[in-house]
Write a new protein. Structure first.
Length: 448
């Protein structure tokens, strides 16, 4: 089947990945962003963030001519009749709510240029009701000779696995406006989505077609559930710490129950990143606006449990060292999770920053996130290598579970540090090997 033509508006993690992967599926894609430097980088085959596998997909599809980039909305309007919006919806300053101004700006910039019949698929995570509001906004901007349907097609990609998650998703969700006419049950958006995703659909990927508000809620509910699962095990972890139980064995044991499942029961420093923390807050804010604030007050607790884990690591460091002032602490990890250079709301960086503010001399090392970390926390000391990071440390904290740290040789590490004391804040190290190399280990939710 011949590929389709489409544009992808916004070329951050979500948009750049979506654009490159749609080209990989055989479509002709034009990526648009207001940020000229981002567009220049992508045109030159450079992905402006760390995402395994994406540079290869980008280069391949630039070379075969299926993928182009521009900052010009008029060009976008003329290039295709199918448009995806993948711009950011960050947390608003001074509020829990999501900031939808970038999504609105994308509609405002594109719609006046449209001629003929168009469909916009929103991919960004938005408060329920946004798609409907955008349709009304667009109806006022569109020229009399053009038509536009806005549908919602939430994205579930995980950083670090973004290419795979986009090309072979778990499920495809599509929210469309309700069809009033009795003889047509399929909107144009649904028909087009079936063509866009023909390859994964042919492989049997579940396709859920629903109304706009359900599609919007699916996305935030999925992330709220994942956050709740992590905070659940971290709350149990707090109790384990008091009674000397082992949260990792407990998670294995309950995880065998298929109804529970072991995934996302990794107890430790908790969740961060650009999605989970922001999405649970935006969900609470939206529920409040809708008069259903009580329904989601438990998410406040999910957030609080998560934040307490960071404090616990700082407190534990103080307990171990007696005082933090002037002590040399090495934090391994700055990214919010491995295989990413993203430091947005990173638990690792939050701990490093708090220890530093409490007077410790903190040295940080991360395989990929050093530049981003430096920008957020310029006052921390950044090591050039893992060995350099470990040199003379009085306490080591494993805060992001990169393979490089999991596979660290405890004998070798022991020769570099001043004191063989380590907090495994992600519960990932092989404890017996570290013990036999003479290390004193501490962890969250279990005594070692
Ligand atoms: C998440 C969702 O998984 C994805 O579907 C959505 O599209 C965007 O948000 P992402 O932010 O990339 O993806 O990270 P994810 O892999 O979900 O991890 C989130 C955080 O939870 C990380 O900080 C991770 O370290 C933490 N985590 C995860 C735990 O603390 N314990 C676990 O068991 C799993």
């Amino acid at each position: 089947m011949a590929g389709m033509r489409m544009t992808v508006i916004g070329t951050g993690y979500l948009g750049a990945t979506h654009a490159a992967c749609m080209a990989e599926l055989g479509h002709e894609v034009l990526g648009i962003d207001v940020d000229q430097t981002k567009i220049d980088a992508l045109k030159a085959g450079k992905v402006p963030f760390f995402e395994p596998g994406l540079p290869e997909v980008l280069e391949r599809n630039l070379a075969n001519g299926r993928l182009c980039f521009t900052t010009d909305y008029k060009e976008a309007a003329e290039f295709a009749n199918v448009h995806f919006i993948g711009v950011g919806t960050p947390q608003q300053r001074g509020s829990y709510a999501a900031d939808t101004t970038y999504v609105e700006a994308a509609v405002d910039s594109l719609v006046p240029h449209l001629q003929g019949d168009h469909v916009i698929f929103g991919k960004s995570t938005v408060p329920v009701g946004t798609a409907q509001a955008l349709q009304e906004r667009a109806n006022k901007l569109i020229s009399a000779s053009a038509s536009l349907e806005i549908a919602w097609n939430p994205e579930f990609l995980r950083e670090g696995y973004a290419v795979n998650d986009t090309i072979t998703p778990d499920r495809i969700v599509l929210g469309v406006r309700s069809t009033n006419s009795t003889n047509s049950t399929e909107t144009r958006a649904e028909e087009i989505a079936r063509e866009v995703y023909a390859t994964p659909l042919a492989d049997g990927t579940p396709f859920i077609v629903t109304d706009l508000q359900t599609a919007e809620l699916v996305k935030v509910s999925a992330n709220a559930f994942l956050a709740t699962k992590i905070s659940f095990i971290n709350a149990v972890s707090e109790v384990c710490e008091i009674v000397g139980a082992d949260v990792t064995q407990l998670a294995d044991a309950i995880g065998h129950d298929e109804r529970i499942g072991r995934k996302f029961l990794g107890a430790g420093l908790g969740f961060g990143g650009g999605c989970l923390p922001k999405d649970i807050r935006a969900f609470m804010a939206r529920a409040g606006e809708l008069g259903a604030d009580q329904a989601l007050t438990f998410l406040r607790e999910v957030d609080a449990i998560n934040m307490r884990r960071r404090e616990r690591v700082v407190d534990l460091s103080r307990e171990i060292l007696g005082s933090l002032i002037g002590r040399r602490i090495t934090v391994l990890g700055a990214a919010f999770k491995p295989n990413s250079d993203d430091v947005r709301d990173s638990p690792a960086l939050a701990v490093a920053g708090q220890l530093n503010l409490a007077g410790a001399s903190v040295r940080v090392y991360d395989p990929e996130a050093m530049d981003n970390a430096r920008r957020v926390f310029p006052t921390l000391d950044y090591a050039d290598s893992l060995d350099d990071a470990l040199a003379d440390a009085e306490l080591v904290i494993l805060a992001t579970e990169w393979d490089e740290f999991r596979q660290l040789d405890p004998e070798h590490a022991g020769q570099l540090v001043e004191s063989k004391t380590l907090i495994d804040a992600r519960n990932v190290l092989p404890v017996p090997a570290w013990h036999s190399a003479g290390w004193e280990l501490h962890a969250l939710g279990r005594s070692l």
